[in-house]
Design a protein around this ligand. Structure first.
Ligand SMILES: [Zn+2]
Length: 253
């Protein structure tokens, strides 16, 4: 079987993949930003890459030759201003990058390209949505929609999930060696909802009261929760991709 990652393929292997009936590019999008004292700056990209790989494997089982393409590990990262390692693009540049990448994958012969994102700052998500809307054949599997948000964890739905148990569980399941476990075991809960704070007009982690750049309950994270969440996020992707290809839903995993 060809690798699930496009970047691992040779040009001839890529050409073979493009001759299959439904070649689909899954584009992981993340950020470079602080995720508390216990998770790496690349957390969002690590999550998106793993979701794409899990979804690509499941799509292939259902006859769709999907592949996780190299990720875009930057985005609009303004809430994290003031912490070391917050590297932000403008919304305009983020939108243009996504638009051009989607158009390039379609021009290269992919039938569809699906953006898979795990950096949930509203200005960033809006940039992705605007970009995808301008490119026929591109789609955005967006966990901030009601349809998919309700399939995730309680902490995710409350909105205190930045670097909390939700994201920490996902890193534990994908790259456990990157979680500073001795640190996270001692982190007190920060039960502040990002979505509520945003509505109240607070626009940085510092203004919101997250003085170590995490929310929620990192100490409660488990690898098992992460494995379960990857399956749920992958279901979002496989369902959206199969609908875009006008194929029936996959058989229940
Ligand atoms: Zn994150």
């Amino acid at each position: 079987m060809l690798s699930l990652r496009l970047g691992d393929l040779t040009t001839e292997e890529c050409a073979a993949l493009l001759r299959s009936p439904h070649p689909v590019a899954l584009l992981p999008v993340g950020s470079t930003e602080p995720h508390g004292p216990h998770l790496p700056l690349a957390t969002d990209a690590i999550l998106s890459e793993r979701v794409c790989e899990v979804a690509a494997a499941r799509l292939r089982e259902g006859g769709v030759t999907a592949v996780a393409v190299p990720s875009l590990a930057y985005g609009v990262t303004r809430y994290a201003a003031g912490f070391a390692g917050a590297i932000s693009l403008s919304p305009e540049t983020t939108e243009k990058l996504i638009e051009e990448l989607c158009a390039a994958y379609l021009a290269a012969g992919f039938a569809r390209v699906c953006v898979v994102n795990n950096h949930l700052e509203p200005a960033h998500v809006d940039s992705l949505a605007r970009a995808v809307a301008r490119v026929p054949g591109a789609l955005f599997a967006n966990q901030l929609t009601r349809r998919w948000g309700r399939t995730l964890s309680d902490e995710f739905r409350r909105g205190d999930c930045h670097a909390g148990s939700y994201e920490t569980s996902l890193v534990l399941a994908a790259r456990p060696e990157l979680v500073r476990d001795d640190v996270r075991a001692g982190l007190a809960p920060v039960p502040i909802s990002l979505s509520v704070a945003i509505r109240e007009g607070r626009h940085t982690f510092v203004e919101m009261g997250a003085d170590r750049a995490y929310f929620g309950t990192p100490a409660a994270a488990t690898r098992e929760e992460g494995d379960d969440l990857y399956q749920r996020l992958a279901t979002m992707v496989t369902t959206e991709v199969r609908a875009a290809l006008e194929l029936a839903d996959e058989a229940s995993p």
